[in-house]
Design a protein around this ligand. Sequence first.
Ligand code: NAD
Ligand code: G6P
Ligand code: MN
Length: 441
Amino acid sequence: MKKFNVCIVGGGSTFTLGFLKSFVRMRKEFPLQKLVLFDIDEKRQELVGKFGEILFKEQFPELEFSYTTDAKEAYEDMDFVFMQMRSGGLPMRAKDEHIPLSMNLVGQETCGAGGMAYGLRSVVDMIKAVHEIRKYAPEAWVLNYSNPAAIVAEALRREFPKDKRILNICDQPENVVRSCSRLLGCSWEDLDPVYFGLNHNGWFTHMYDRNTGEDLLPKLKKLIKENGFLPQDAEQRDPSWLDTYGMVETMMNDFPEYLPNTYDQYYLYPEYKVATSDPNFTRADEVMAGREKRVFAECKEVIEAGTLGDKFDDISDAHAEMMIEVAIAIAYNKNDRHILIVENNGAIANMQDDAMVEVVCELGANGPRPMGVGNISQFYLGLLVNQVSSEKLLVDAYYENSYQKALEAFTLNRLINDAKKARKVLDLLMEENKGMWPELR
Ligand code: NAD
Ligand code: G6P
Ligand code: MN
C-alpha cells in the first residue's frame, strides 16, 4: 500500500497539534511515510515540532517526521501540502477586528473590512508560497484552508489558472452538518447535504438522510425552534462560538426557507454583531488568551516531561479529520462528497462562471466534480453577487496595485456599504498593514 508524504505550511499553527494527533489516529486510513512541518517562525514551530517528535516516537515510530523553515526541504517529494498560514499572525487578526469595530463596523477575521485587510495580506503570502511549492513539488496537491478562503481562492484561481491540484476548503459547512447530527441524534456521516454559496456565506437547501433519502430539513427546523442550535462539540467551545451557533435560530425565524451557514449572521445582522462585540476584547483576544495559550502550554508540558503521558486522550479533532478525509478522497479516488470551494462554471446556474463558489462536490483523484444546484432565488442571488463582486474587486486591487479598486471593494461590501466609511476604514487598515499589503496607489 502506498504511503504518502505530507507537509503542513503553518507548522506553528494552533491547529497543528490536532493534525499531528489525527495523523496518528488515522494512520490506517491514510498511511504516512513522511510528515514535514514548515513555518516562517522558527521559534513558534519548534515547540510544536518537539511535541511531534515525542508523540511520534511513542505512537508512530516508523513515520519520518521533521520540521523546517527551508522551503526545499519542506516541499520536495510531497504528495500533499496542507496550508494553514496566518499572514501577520494573531496580533494582526486583533487589528483586523478592533479597527472596524472602532468605527461601529463588524470586526471579523474573514468578513467585512477586517476580512478584506486579512485578504490582502494572505493573497501576497499565499501566492508567494504556492509558487515556491510548485518549484519543488509540481505535482503535489495543495489543500488550502488559510483564510480568508474566499479571497485566497479567487487569487489562486487567477494566479494559477491551469493548476488543477489546488483546492480550497473550509470546515464550517461540515461543522454545521455535524451540529445537525447532534440535534437529530444520528451520525453526521448519515447526513447528505445540498449546499450552495460562497465561502462563509451559504445555505443548506436540503439535509437528506443518506440511508433513506428523506429530507430532514423540516424536522431540523422544528428541532432548532424548540432547542436552539449548538456546535457538535459545544462543551469545548468558547462563549462567542455558542452565541454564533445560537444565531442560526434567529436566522431561521427570519428566513425559514433554508438552513444558514453560521457566518451568514454577519451579513444579515451587522448591527447586532457590532452592538454585542467588545471592541477591546474580540475573538482574536479570546483565541490568544485561550486556544493559543493552551496549545503551547501543552507542548511545553510534554517537552519537559519527555513523554506524552495522558495527553493522547483528547485526540479527536473534527477540523483536522475533515482535511485528512479530503486528502483520503483524492489519494484513493473515493469520489465521496465534500463541500468545497470551486470555480462556479454553472454549479449555481444564474451566477457568473468565474465566481469561486462553495458547493457539494464528488472528490477523487482527478479533483472535485461539483454538484449543480440550478438557479437560486433573488434574495440569495442578490447577497452572493454583492459579496462576490466585493471579493473580486479586492483581488483586482492586488493585481493592479489599485487604491480605487480597494475602495470599490470596501464600498460595495455589505458590512460597510458607505463610501465615506469605506475610505476611512481602508485608510486606517492600510496604515496598519504597511509592508504586508501590496502597495495601493
Ligand atoms: P496561528 O497564527 O496560530 O498559526 C498560523 C501559523 O502560520 C503561525 O505559526 C505563523 O508563523 C505561520 N505563518 C504565517 N505566515 C506564514 C507564511 N508566509 N509561511 C508559512 N507559515 C506562515 O493561526 P491559527 O489560528 O492557528 O490559524 C491558522 C490558519 O488556519 C488561519 O489562516 C486560519 O484562518 C485558518 N483556518 C481555516 C479554517 C477553515 O475553515 N478554512 C479553519 C481553521 C483555521
Ligand atoms: C471556523 C471557520 C474558519 C475559521 C475558524 C475561526 O472553523 O470555518 O474559517 O478560521 O472558525 O476559529 P477561531 O476559533 O480561530 O475564531
Ligand atoms: Mn472557514
